[in-house]
Design a binder for this molecule. Structure first.
Ligand code: GAL
Length: 683
């Protein structure tokens, strides 16, 4: 049965249904036939069919091969590739290849390229060189997008437009003169008059008073640190400028091909100049995300799960697409670790378990030339007689068996983690009390502790409604947007439970410290008052009287209504509270003032989960990752995903039919070491 998905893209007058991009779960990847002689294409499609590939991202960086000179097009190879893919039943997510401007364009108009803080303009030779504020670039890009849409808009292989590529990844933060003009216009529209900007940014500091918007420059190299308010607004401007480019391409595509859905690939675990992916999520028909594990991270599957939950949050709970990940090693880490046997399937299925309706890879056939010649793909240099190709073939078979999962949604979790990049940008802007706290540290640690207990979580932006949550975690939310503290307070009064950590609610939306004692925005709710930060040096550890140890961060805190759960037993702050809890209305507000080690985080999370009465998704052995997707067609049907990240078999007390083997399990199922089981449950 052909599945459909509903787009809520903001440019549509009302939600609209588009056919899903593949029959069943999507499997495939970035396909670059232009890098190979056409004889190889025949082998490509034969292998794609063998592996069960049903969806490819085509032409992602091929502008220079399609518009070979100004206004001169050579569509031949793309015509043949589109036809060949269609003849073989493979759908195409056709890229507007604007991510890589042609050499002729960069040479004719070097001013389209970004300029760095030192005034150095990006040269040719890479990709994503363009500045989102360049009008000349926009004109050439849109002319090409229109030509592409007119040529392929009615091609039967076309399923989805893939706008550009990872917008912002390599072209965020341009400091050119043309950008300066756009930045000043953005500020004028935000603040209305310059006095409001001076006031919001606190420009009395160092006498940085402005008398007109055209005096405000992008934060170019200045030897000392810029005003944190300016830096934060520059991030917001950058994000809007990049989004503006996407919207401009979308407008052309929508006009020429109103029936083809449109997306662009996000990187929700990075902020490549994109401060608010959740807002971007409202502008795409389908949220598509790229994710790459960091080989050196022993907890990389935990980071992957967080990313997938975050992608679902950006998609507002709707199914989304994993549009890029790797079959094995990447080529941009210091050491590019190959994935171990079974990791490819666990990675792909972990995204699907958390709401993706497909798993595409960068890339199909590994290039022999060019900058990514050592990046893994589905067909490695060694050819299809290889571990990787066999594993993809195996994954293809598994995904065919999992076809009923398409369109189902992940069961709504009762724990919410508030997370956004704007707050990270505020934390990263300017000098801070320590450089040793990375914004992702605590959100990941808390998510991992929940996952270890089989507890599901939603990763949502702080302004999102809290309905349906019993427990809300607020890890290092440095900037509390207006309304966030009020909403949390109401949630707690109504019986909810909240954990707020150190470095939350420190600044307002202008990156200005909320005075009167930290954490300004949440002080009242938490019943605490912090007078002074006491960050620790690397290697320094303190012990709590409850037995846990902590590093990196401590605070001189006193309670103002909260009870003390534990205090420092050692160090300069011995006797000072480290974890507190206030009872407010029918709920509780817990404050964590220090960076606990992993066992400490686990016992804090266990305590909070018990307090809030949140049950696990299913009763599973520790080490088994568990999630549930619920059918949107028949809500009594659900799919239980069990992923074993250990090298020993583990069990779950669950019943249902194994979708891959067809075996029915009455009350328990064992998942082999490193394996994945998906049960179709009847509830
Ligand atoms: C992504 C990018 C791909 C490819 C990949 C390599 O960021 O979108 O084109 O470069 O990284 O890991």
């Amino acid at each position: 049965m052909q599945q459909h998905f509903t787009s809520h893209s903001a440019d549509l007058a009302q939600p609209r249904s588009f056919p899903w991009i593949a029959d069943g779960l999507a499997l495939g990847g970035d396909y670059s036939p232009e890098q190979w002689p056409e004889e190889v294409w025949q082998e490509d499609v034969a292998l794609m069919r063998r592996a069960g590939v049903n969806s490819v991202n085509l032409g992602v960086f091929s502008w220079g091969l399609l518009e070979v000179a100004d206004g001169e097009y050579d569509w031949g190879w793309l015509d043949r590739a589109m036809d060949l893919l269609h003849d073989n039943g493979i759908g195409v997510n056709l890229a507007t290849p604007t991510a890589a401007p042609p050499i002729w364009l960069l040479q004719a108009h070097p001013e389209i390229a970004t300029v760095d803080q030192f005034g150095v303009r990006t040269s040719q030779g890479g990709r994503l060189a363009w500045s989102p504020s360049s009008e000349t670039f926009r004109r050439f890009a849109l002319r090409f997008v229109r030509a592409l849409a007119e040529r392929y808009g009615s091609h039967p292989a076309l399923r989805l437009w893939h706008v550009s590529n990872e917008i912002g990844n390599e072209n965020a933060r341009c400091y050119s003169d043309e950008t300066a003009v756009a930045w000043q216009a953005w500020l004028a529209s935000k603040f209305g008059d310059i006095a409001a900007l001076n006031d919001a940014w606190g420009t009395a500091f160092w006498g940085h008073h402005y008398t007109s918007f055209d005096q405000v420059l992008p934060p170019r190299h200045a030897r000392t640190s810029h005003n944190p308010a300016l830096l934060l607004d520059f991030e917001r401007f950058t994000s809007d400028a990049l989004l503006g480019h996407y919207l401009a391409e979308r407008a052309v595509l929508r006009e020429v091909t109103p029936d083809i859905p449109i997306t662009t690939n996000f990187m929700v675990m990075n902020n490549p100049g994109v401060d608010d992916y959740r807002r971007w999520g409202e502008e795409v028909d389908l949220v598509a995300n790229d994710h790459y594990t960091i080989g050196a991270d022993p907890e990389r599957h935990g980071e992957l799960s967080f990313s997938a939950d975050r992608a679902r949050g950006v998609a507002q709970g709707r199914p989304w697409l994993l549009i890029e990940h790797s079959t094995s090693a990447v080529n941009w880490q210091p050491v590019n670790r190959a994935k171990s046997v079974g990791e490819l399937a666990r990675n792909s299925l972990a995204h699907i378990a958390r709401g993706a309706d497909g798993a595409l890879f960068f890339q199909w056939r590994v290039s022999s030339a060019g900058s990514e010649q050592f990046h893994s793909g589905i067909v490695p240099h060694a050819g299809p007689d290889s571990k990787i190709f066999r594993e993809v073939e195996q994954l293809g078979a598994t995904l065919r068996a999992l076809a009923p999962v398409v369109g189902s949604t992940v069961e709504r979790a009762r724990v919410g983690i508030l997370f956004d990049w704007e707050s990270a940008s505020a934390w990263q802007a300017g000098n801070k009390p320590t450089r040793s706290i990375a914004y992702l540290d605590l959100p990941l640690a808390l998510h991992r502790a929940l996952t270890k207990r089989g507890i599901a979580a939603e990763v949502v932006r702080p302004q999102e409604g809290l309905d349906g949550f019993d427990l809300v975690l607020v890890p290092t939310l440095y900037l509390a947007a207006p309304g966030v503290a009020e909403q949390l307070t109401e949630f707690v009064r109504g019986g909810g439970h909240v954990l707020v950590s150190y470095l939350s609610g420190i600044v307002d939306e202008h990156n200005r410290v909320i005075t009167g004692g930290y954490p300004g925005a949440f002080r009242e709710l938490l019943g605490v008052r912090v007078e002074e930060f006491f960050p620790l040096f690397e290697g320094q550890t303190v012990t709590l009287d409850s037995g846990e140890s902590a590093t990196t961060w401590t605070e001189l805190l006193r309670t103002e209504g909260a009870e003390v759960l534990s205090s420092y037993a050692t160090g300069e702050l011995a006797g000072v509270p480290a974890i507190t809890r206030a009872r407010v209305g029918d709920g509780t507000a817990t404050y964590l003032a220090t960076k606990l080690d992993a066992p400490g985080i686990q016992s804090l999370v266990d305590d909070l989960v018990a307090l809030a009465g949140v049950p696990p998704v299913a009763d599973v052995d520790a080490g088994l990752e568990v999630t549930r997707r619920v059918s949107s067609v028949s809500p009594e049907d659900s799919f239980l995903f069990l992923i074993n990240h250990t090298d020993a078999p583990l069990s779950a007390r669950a019943s249902g039919v194994d979708l891959v083997s067809g075996v029915a399990h009455a009350d328990a199922v064992t998942v082999p070491a490193g394996g994945v089981v998906v049960l179709k449950e009847k509830r």
